[in-house]
Ligand binder design. Structure first.
Ligand code: SAM
Length: 283
């Protein structure tokens, strides 16, 4: 950690910025931005507003997917003896935002790399949704073309984790409907305009949320959080379960076979133990 009053060592500072409420900028983030020699930004107009808010005047360099390859060498050269800060328009850089190649190459060159953690819409939405948080998968934006979107949803359908998506108002209803079709009518939450004046978090099933937003089109920035599948919906068919247990019992003692199949199928160990005992008697 860098003490606030000491001179900042040269290197790359990944600085999280607010996702709506400028007061959410941390004291350390403001300090690093004020003292940076250069700030790599997505849109200088957006970051200029933040810099005005903290009374900072620091040169900015555009860094995004279009110019990243050209700009990266000069940023890497500068961070050898200057303080280079990386921000995105909002939230945590690198999370559905540019920056990972800059971090990777900075590390490859032995530069100092540190992060000033702060707001992230995905994490903020998880805290609002009231859905399990012990295991989650951040998917970012779904593809905009229906076929590609449905393929991704099919891939996600057996993942035992809460799913987190970034969305926009105009695509929200189609996304909710596609998720309901591909995942089943799971519980979900739509977190909108987090930390802004019209923040809301609507919860309900995917189809009820789709109906709600079809009637009340959503504006602003959106994170969609979807509950994990329930164990029953992923339960293998009887014959498949039997085959999984038989295969596991060939290589492992009963307790381990049950543990492995329980992990794979999500089925309760007590139920699997009695099935495995019956199978073992036939072997
Ligand atoms: N790096 C950012 C972060 O840490 O959250 C995310 C950048 S991504 C390009 C922008 C998306 O984040 C938006 O389209 C929206 O889905 C989500 N988002 C950003 N700010 C938000 C807010 N205040 N409320 C809800 N979603 C937000």
């Amino acid at each position: 950690m860098i003490p606030v009053n000491d001179a900042l060592p040269s290197g790359l500072y990944i600085v999280a910025t607010p996702i709506g409420n400028l007061s959410d900028l941390s004291g350390r983030a403001a300090d690093v931005l004020r003292r940076a020699d250069v700030i790599a930004v997505e849109d200088s107009r957006v970051t200029a507003t933040l810099l005005r808010h903290i009374g900072a005047k620091v040169p900015m360099v555009r860094y995004d997917d279009h110019v990243g390859d050209q700009v990266r060498p000069q940023l890497l050269a500068r961070m050898a003896n200057e303080v280079v800060a990386l921000v995105s328009d909002a939230g945590t850089p690198l999370i559905s935002d540019p920056g990972y190649k800059l971090v990777r190459e900075a590390r490859e060159r032995g530069m100092m790399v540190t992060t000033i953690p702060g707001p992230c819409a995905a994490v903020a939405a998880l805290t609002l949704a009231g859905l399990p948080t012990n295991r989650f998968l951040f998917e970012g934006f779904l593809p905009s073309k229906a076929k590609a979107r449905d393929d991704v949803i099919a891939e996600l359908s057996t993942i035992r984790a809460t799913l987190v998506f970034y969305e926009s108002g105009p695509r929200l209803v189609a996304a909710l409907e596609a998720l309901a079709a591909g995942l089943g009518n799971r519980e979900a939450a739509v977190a909108r305009e987090i930390s802004k004046r019209f923040e809301e978090c609507q919860t309900g099933s995917l189809t009820s949320l789709a109906a709600h937003y079809a009637a009340h089109p959503a504006k602003g920035e959106i994170v969609l959080v979807v509950a994990p599948p329930d164990a029953e919906s992923l339960r293998p068919a009887g014959a498949d379960l039997d085959a999984m247990l038989r295969a596991a019992l060939v290589d492992h003692p009963l307790a381990k076979a049950v543990r492995l199949v329980a992990r794979e199928s999500g089925i309760d160990k007590a139920e699997l133990t009695s099935l495995a005992e019956a199978i073992r008697q036939q072997l």
